[in-house]
Ligand binder design. Structure first.
Ligand code: HEM
Length: 438
């Protein structure tokens, strides 16, 4: 390893407004924006103003080192949002969800979520099976579904599984985007953006209606008792359950949408999965015994995973080894932005990184360590249902059952690119002619 280097571009100055506009440009062209900035900086890690002063990390070795760093060196920022993206109190009820909290606040919310999930384990197989069959029947009856609505399926299924409520998948897929506002270091810019980006009245009404559905949920009283044992009052329990079901499940839904489009572009993998599953009666909790489905899952999470960016704060100065063989000096107080579209496409680790190739994990199993499917490989801050063995099988059941039992066309032809905000373009891509396999 070579000598420690300074992080390039540090000290560059920019107004809050230009910084926000640059963040929007980055967010809307995550692949090409980073490639250009990285080339200009001449390093896989560099300073940039992206809504806030950020150290942009594009290197998978650096990301692994940051995720593995002790929590007294690097930790979550612990604010209600993701970097400059702020969660709107009006829609979240002002809670600090597990996915953005840190320290004791995260630990107490996780105690509740883990207990609630463990309590509902007995319902997992039956409710996921029933809800997916109902969803597929709806798609057969309507002839198809937009890929956007597909991303709400995991929220709809989770509503049935945990609360016995029936949510609209399209509304679930819309909710996360409504919760996002922008926050900068300038009050004036925040005021202007806050006014310009105010959520539409109809959006707030939809969100309120959804929260009322949770408030009337048949299993809420039972879940509130679990919340009480973990130190949460009823309103916080309700709001944590709403965020959990409407927001967190989106990680699965987005990967599922990308996977369904990808399998139309590489149908040989759909055939391989179908042959592997045959006509077996699939059981959600037993979906970890299919190696082909497993590597398709991992490759889909590498390409379509969420979040697209992780934020961390350096609590001390430290040296960060990167995949280019150099060590970079991170300073106390630095905001680290792990840009996952670049990190999971890092050519030094993933040959032809933009391409879908599940076989890469057969050729080099070491790569599995560098796909952060559920975030860091260790606690804390790893995906809650993943820690309990429920998240990967949930995904594999959805994809496996749809590929095994149904067939569809896709229209218009999907374009998958690292610059697409939602992975697959154009926005109105839909599964059409959705029907049971004969
Ligand atoms: C394929 C399925 C899924 C994937 C790939 C996935 C991925 C992730 C990732 C990457 C994180 C870390 C996010 C961060 O630190 O910013 C996370 C956290 C989380 N996920 Fe998942 N997730 C999946 C399914 C689910 C489902 C179905 C639920 C709820 C039913 C869920 C609930 C959560 C929660 C509550 C957290 C926050 C945990 C914490 O910070 O303590 N996830 N997930």
């Amino acid at each position: 390893m070579s000598e420690t280097r300074e992080i390039p571009c540090r000290g560059a100055r920019m107004s809050a407004l230009r910084s926000v506009l640059q963040f929007r440009d980055y967010f809307e062209h995550m692949g090409s924006w980073v490639d250009k900035a990285k080339a200009e900086a001449g390093a896989p890690i560099f300073f940039a103003h992206l809504g806030m002063p950020s150290i942009v990390v594009t290197d998978v070795v650096a990301a692994a080192n940051i995720f593995a760093a002790p929590k007294d060196v690097v930790d979550r920022i612990g604010q209600p949002g993701f970097g400059p993206i702020e969660l709107r109190e009006r829609l979240t009820g002002g809670i600090l969800p597990a996915v953005v909290s840190h320290g004791e606040k995260n630990a107490s919310t996780r105690r509740f979520l883990d207990a609630m999930l463990e309590d509902a384990r007995g319902r997992f197989d039956e409710m996921l099976t029933k809800s997916l069959e109902d969803i597929a029947a709806e798609w057969v009856a309507s002839g198809g579904v937009t890929l956007n609505a597909v991303s709400g399926v995991s929220g709809k299924m989770t509503g049935r599984w945990l609360l016995d409520i029936d949510l609209d998948a399209a509304e679930v897929s819309e909710w996360p985007g409504l919760t996002f506002g922008i926050k900068t270091s300038s009050r004036l810019v925040n005021f202007v953006l806050g006014t310009l980006n105010r959520p539409k009245k109809s959006a707030v009404e939809m969100s309120d209606r959804l929260v009322e559905t949770f408030r009337k949920a048949p299993r809420l009283d039972h879940i509130c008792r679990i919340g009480k044992d973990a130190g949460l009052d009823e309103e916080e329990t309700l709001r944590q359950m709403a965020f959990f079901t409407l927001f967190n499940t989106g990680a699965l839904g987005r990967v599922a949408g990308g996977a369904l489009a990808q399998l139309k572009l590489t149908p040989e993998w759909a055939t391989a999965i179908r042959n592997e599953l045959g006509d077996k009666q699939l059981v959600p909790s037993a979906m970890n015994e299919f190696p082909i489905l497993d590597k398709v899952f991992t490759e889909c999470c590498r390409l379509f995973g969420r979040p697209r960016a992780y934020y961390r704060r350096a609590l001390k100065d430290f040296d960060l080894p990167c995949g280019d063989g150099h060590i970079y000096r991170v300073l106390e107080g630095d905001t680290l932005l792990l840009s996952m579209r670049s990190i999971h496409h890092d050519e030094r680790m993933f040959t032809d990184g933009h391409s879908f190739n599940p076989k890469r994990f057969d050729d080099n199993p070491k790569l599995l360590h560098y796909v952060f499917i559920f975030g860091p490989h260790d606690k804390p801050y790893r995906c809650a249902p993943a820690d309990l063995g429920m998240a990967d099988v949930f995904f594999k059941y959805v994809l496996g059952r749809l590929v095994q039992g149904y067939t569809w066309d896709i229209s218009p032809p999907p374009e998958i690119h690292a610059d697409n905000v939602d992975d697959v373009a154009p926005e109105d891509v839909s599964l059409v002619n959705f029907r049971p396999r004969s």
